[in-house]
Write a protein that binds this ligand. Sequence first.
Ligand SMILES: [Zn+2]
Length: 162
Amino acid sequence: MVVRKYFQFIEIWVPCNICEQLGYAPMVNLRVMKDDINRGLQLGLYTHYHVHGPEGQAPHTVAVYIDPAYQVTGSKAYEGTEGVKSSTFAAGTIIPVIVKKIPDMAVHLGMVTPEEFSILKVCDGNNSVDEVARILKKDKAAIDSSLQKLKDKGLVDLVKKA
Ligand SMILES: [Zn+2]
């Protein structure tokens, strides 16, 4: 993962295993405007969805997670534009999924902590608990306990892949 920061945007080279399988370059290049990142979220993470693919073929997507320092903390490639298909997860994998979108204001109102809010951003159905921990650079035990609290608050569903 390479990130170059410019005045108004950041340029990212991010791995895409789908491009690689199609015989194209294994890294895709994209630009994300800093304004979009800042507008998207001051706390936690911004998620950028880069839809791309060879001309004439169904597009695929790389989701890129960007922190407030404009660092890319993780990425995930998937077919189509609707998110990772649950069939790609191994049986028994726990996939945390946000139940309802909550406003940035929720942090100021004390509904969730800033840390919980950043966790919610990664619970987009595209990541297992392990991947959430990796993207947020936290240990799994801490993420497990935060996810349980978020589940108790009714904000997250923990879906187990059958
Ligand atoms: Zn690709």
